[in-house]
Design a protein around this ligand. Sequence first.
Ligand code: FMN
Length: 197
Amino acid sequence: MNIYEAMEHRRSRYALDANTTVSDERIEEIVGECLVQTPSAFNSQTARVVALFGESHAKLWSIVMETLRARVPADKFAGTEAKVNGFAAAHATLLFFEETDTVKALQEQFPSYADNFPLWSLQASGMAQVNVWTALSSEGLGVNIQHYNPIIDDEVARTFDVPASWKLISQMVVGNPVAEPGPIAKKPVSERLVVRR
Ligand SMILES: Cc1cc2nc3c(=O)[nH]c(=O)nc-3n(C[C@H](O)[C@H](O)[C@H](O)COP(=O)(O)O)c2cc1C
């Protein structure tokens, strides 16, 4: 796949099972390569990933399930339960974090940019996430991203022994795609791209 085909192939895939044909080692290798190659403000390299496979993947989705069960009214929980079970049925979850001590140090070192560093940190996280999403999709894996943070943050940090300075940004679900996503509406490029000469 060339880069444009890979970008087009990157979709949110929700119908996933655990029977992936790509090895866990290969997934680790791809995530590592994407972390290394993704740019960041001042080359601060604040993106972090905790890759959850096997029991750890299952544990994450049980944390999400129980956290939501405590908040969603019981008579409305069936839909939530089915959704979370769908993520648990996938193969792995990549937890994306940003390392905030480095962000704070940059804010102190460069006070005139202080307000920008947290925004740049999130931008760089997004770049890392889309690189991983695109790369894994191009290998035939199905991927979607979820945001159950911040309500799961404390328990995730305790359970997976995550350093206190790592802030949870997203949960990327990875599995074997069992159905293709439907077509998606795209606005005309002419509405979104303006050229001045
Ligand atoms: C910053 C960002 C946050 C998103 N958050 C969620 C989310 O919490 N749950 C979810 O199911 N999809 C989430 N998505 C996926 C988008 O809904 C999806 O990318 C968009 O509708 C386009 O569809 P596509 O990914 O198939 O191209 C998110 C996407 C982005 C870029």
